[in-house]
Design a binder for this molecule. Structure first.
Ligand code: NAD
Length: 414
């Protein structure tokens, strides 16, 4: 599983390296993560036994700044997947031009089968084990799959206790009460909206009245469906793990959210017709947003997609082969490392506020986020046009060049 994800990142890097005429030494350096720390995490379980979990923290590249990336708790996690996600963070932070490198970490565990106490002890012991490479100037974790603000608060508290001083800049995605960002995941959705807005404008498609289909109605897909509808789009279909609903006139997203809050799924919503989750790919629309899992847009799905634009809210939703099919069919894809970079950009703002010990107004955060996303989009769009390549390749070229420039400027130690 993880080895496929790592290979996909290497493929993207290799292609970008060729187009950017990257120095072969720098290319080789970027094909290897800077640090891979594997730790054993013994945890006293509620029944008195001790279970030993395995965790990792990877720094892929830290030339442009401290490592930045989430902490994931998942039963299938392996070191190659963490390496892949860390490398994607190097390129994501570079595309939006944040002064960060790329990192990622996690523990192979199933948090759904653990009590709150077990989860806290796991988080604190894991944090302690990786603490030698953490810190506001070294590596700043954030929430990822199955981790949230509560886990980040435990992480920050543990690191602060270990070092004997409060370290609010050591994590992002914290609760508001300790310097977190209002609506951290909402920033990812807001960034996707910005990308969709500018891309539709470039394609000459008016947003108002155009149709959108969204897969995933969670922390990112839910708010994004709402934002798209508020921007005047007709959100004609939404899918989640329980099924999908369709309404050609546009779904009432507020009512759909209430239905999901009650039932846990979009299926059975009275304001539309239930359809098969797989049927969303065939729906004619202007915008398609995968906001659920990786690997969902396969070659077969890519042949069926009836959208003009795909904005990748999810990480890695399109396989390499499927990207080729979409290119051939003229479907424009705004790639994950650009489209969902709103979350890490909000994390950067949260870190900057912690380092300054000076909170910004919400309006300032929103405006700076919009500016950064639009600037990044414009740079990638222009590069895609000049090179005559798809936006994913162009995004990797822009990112790889920025990292390579930083490596060249700093020189090789010793
Ligand atoms: P989430 O767990 O809150 O929501 C996931 C959604 O996907 C749920 O609605 C779930 O029902 C749906 N889903 C799961 N399996 C499905 C399936 N087989 N078919 C259809 N729908 C399915 O997760 P999230 O935080 O919204 O993240 C979604 C994606 O966005 C992930 O790929 C994540 O890596 C990426 N992402 C999230 C953030 C963030 O800020 N949360 C930032 C960057 C990228």
């Amino acid at each position: 599983m993880g080895s496929k994800a790592w290979q996909a990142v290497l493929d993207n890097l290799d292609e970008a390296a060729e187009l950017a005429k990257l120095d072969p030494d720098v290319h080789r350096m970027l094909r290897t993560p800077r640090r891979v720390l594997e730790v054993s995490v013994p945890v006293r379980m509620d029944d008195g036994s001790v279970e030993v979990f395995t965790g990792w923290r990877v720094h892929h590249d830290t030339t442009r700044g401290p490592a930045k990336g989430g902490i994931r708790f998942h039963p299938d996690l392996d070191v190659d997947e963490v390496k892949a996600l860390a490398a994607m963070m190097t390129f994501k932070t570079a595309v939006v031009d944040l002064p960060f490198g790329g990192g990622k970490g996690g523990v192979r565990c199933d948090p759904r089968r653990m009590s709150l106490g077990e989860l806290e002890r796991l988080t604190r012991r894991f944090t302690y084990e990786i603490s030698p490479i953490l810190g506001p100037e070294e590596d700043i974790p954030a929430p990822d799959v199955n981790t949230d603000g509560r886990v980040m608060a435990w992480l920050m508290d543990t690191l602060s206790m270990v070092q004997g001083r409060l370290l609010p800049g050591s994590v992002t995605g914290k609760p508001l009460s300790i310097g977190g960002t209002r609506n951290h995941s909402g920033a990812t959705s807001a960034g996707c909206l910005d990308c969709a807005r500018v891309a539709l404008r470039e394609l000459g498609i008016p947003m108002a009245g155009s149709r959108a289909v969204v897969q995933g109605f969670g922390k990112v897909g839910g708010p994004l469906a709402y934002l798209l509808a508020s921007a005047g789009m007709r959100v004609v279909a939404v899918a989640d793990i329980g099924g999908a609903v369709h309404n050609e006139g546009g779904l009432d997203i507020q009512a759909l959210s209430e239905h999901v809050a009650e039932t846990g799924t979009v299926a059975g919503f009275g304001g539309g017709d239930d359809i098969d989750g797989d049927a969303i790919w065939d729906i004619e629309c202007e915008l398609l947003v995968p906001a659920a899992l990786g690997g969902v847009i396969t070659e077969e799905v890519a042949e069926r997609i009836a959208a003009k634009l795909v904005v990748e809210a999810a990480n890695g939703p399109t396989t390499t082969e499927a990207q080729g099919v979409l290119d051939r069919r003229g479907v424009v894809v705004v790639p994950d490392i650009l489209a969902n970079a709103g979350g890490v950009t909000a994390s950067y703002f949260e870190w900057a506020q912690a380092q300054q010990a000076y909170p910004w107004d919400d309006g300032v955060v929103a405006e700076r986020l919009r500016q950064r996303m639009e600037r990044a989009f414009t740079a990638v769009w222009a590069r895609a046009e000049t090179l005559g390549v798809d936006m994913r390749t162009a995004a990797y070229v822009v990112a790889v060049e920025r990292v390579a420039d930083a490596i060249a400027a700093r020189g090789l130690f010793p």
